[in-house]
Design a protein around this ligand. Structure first.
Ligand SMILES: Cc1cc2nc3c(=O)[nH]c(=O)nc-3n(C[C@H](O)[C@H](O)[C@H](O)COP(=O)(O)OP(=O)(O)OC[C@H]3O[C@@H](n4cnc5c(N)ncnc54)[C@H](O)[C@@H]3O)c2cc1C
Length: 371
């Protein structure tokens, strides 16, 4: 009998397993693959972490706690996880995203710089934006090494006694005499509390216990290009560039890895149990057109990859207990911007599973908005 069974040992699950195991809880973490892996939402080398949050000031406390915890994880493991290369947010003048970035910075006393298009084009060699656009630069923000973060939490959790069962998809959930019964392809396990954080597969799993959430697993693509010197991480930032019809994000070349760019908007809804369509010419055409327009000195295309977002209709997360059963904690719908928070969300999920008071207002992430 486990204190907590975590279903999905990805970005959120590995972090939660560490915080529970550290409290000497008996924790079982089950995954369909062997994390970190390339089937879910946590591959591709890098993730942006920013604190002056364009999606709203409600996220800032969580982002700042996440930063502390990433730094703590670096100390514990001796691994470099967070690279403070700065993040440049670029939009059309007066766009809500940039307004929110400024508001978040103001409310939480974060250091940001407002820049005109001329400032951007002169300061960051290799970027060309038109004078209808403006920017906010957050120097303290940066990039996380995504797979290293996941494997670090997993490794520490196992050192603290967490049990990992991998290549073992969960197939059935039920409850008998106040015990959760989790059936996988290999065995049956019992737990007092469940944390369900199965990424793009969460909807299918919850359907199993008659909880229907409007989650849409969505195919997304990103690619690497040769990077001339001006796109090196020593002087080029990570960025988000949003225009009314599209949104792209990207990364400088870190240790010669190449310039990486991804498309945040759009993408096709997919069935997560089927393999994703591999990166193809049309995917490249979108990314190449972005590069040609705004970063014209970027070099030749190297290779591209595909990945899954798990979208909610409002693109806010779901972090809550089930209204019908407070011993089931749900963390899902991270809608393409969840990774930066996963250290803090892991800590939060551990608190929720242990029924401890949580230091955040979670109203925005309530499951009730969809039930
Ligand atoms: C291309 C791309 C770029 C992104 N960029 C950023 C960024 O710059 N900044 C940022 O903050 N976020 C970013 N994100 C979003 C972020 O990576 C995700 O929000 C986050 O990884 C989601 O974490 P998760 O734990 O929900 O999912 P995952 O990390 O995918 O974990 C879910 C786990 O559940 C397991 N699982 C599923 N079904 C079962 C089952 N039946 N039984 C057992 N295990 C199961 C899976 O194998 C998987 O390991 C990006 C995402 C993508 C795809």
């Amino acid at each position: 009998m486990y204190d907590v069974i975590i279903i999905g040992a990805g970005s959120m699950g590995t972090a939660a397993s560490y915080f529970l195991a550290k409290q000497q809880k008996r924790v079982l973490c089950i995954d369909a693959f062997d994390p970190p892996h390339t089937e879910g939402s946590h591959h591709g080398e890098t993730r942006i972490i920013r604190y002056a949050y364009g999606e709203g000031a409600d996220y800032v406390d969580l982002a700042l706690r996440a930063k502390q915890l990433w730094q703590e994880l670096e100390t514990l493991t001796g691994e470099q996880l967070l690279l403070p290369v700065g993040v440049l947010n670029m939009t059309d003048k007066d766009a809500p995203f940039l307004h929110n970035v400024k508001q978040s910075a103001l409310q939480h006393h974060l250091h940001v710089e407002s820049l005109t298009s001329t400032d951007v084009n002169e300061r960051f060699h290799g970027i060309t934006i038109p004078d209808t656009m403006e920017a906010v630069y957050e120097e303290d923000a940066g990039v996380l090494h995504v797979e290293r973060c996941v494997s670090s939490y997993r490794q520490l959790a196992e050192q603290h006694g967490a049990i990992y069962r991998v290549h073992e998809p969960v197939q059935q959930l039920s409850k008998k005499h106040n015990k959760h019964i989790v059936e996988t392809t290999h065995g049956t396990y019992e737990g007092k509390t469940l944390i369900v954080c199965a990424g793009a597969w969460t909807k299918q799993l919850l359907d199993n216990i008659h909880v229907s959430l409007p989650l849409t697993p969505t195919r997304k693509t990103f690619a690497w290009f040769d990077a001339p010197e001006q796109y090196d991480a020593r002087h080029f930032p990570a960025f988000v560039l949003e225009r009314p019809k599209y949104c792209f994000y990207g990364f400088p070349s870190i240790d010669g890895s190449g310039f990486k760019v991804g498309k945040h908007d759009g993408g096709e809804a997919v069935d997560p149990s089927q393999p994703l369509v591999p990166f193809h010419d049309e995917d490249l055409a979108h990314l190449q057109s972005f590069v040609d327009t705004y970063m014209p000195q970027v070099g030749t295309y190297k290779y591209g990859k595909e990945c899954k977002y798990n979208m909610t209709p409002d693109e806010d997360f779901i972090i809550d207990t089930l209204p019908t059963d407070s011993s089931i904690v749900i963390a899902t719908g991270f809608s393409g911007h969840g990774f930066k928070f996963s250290s803090a969300i892991g800590e939060l999920l551990a608190m929720m599973a242990m029924k401890q008071d949580v230091p955040y207002n979670l109203q925005r992430f309530s499951i009730h908005r969809f039930l």
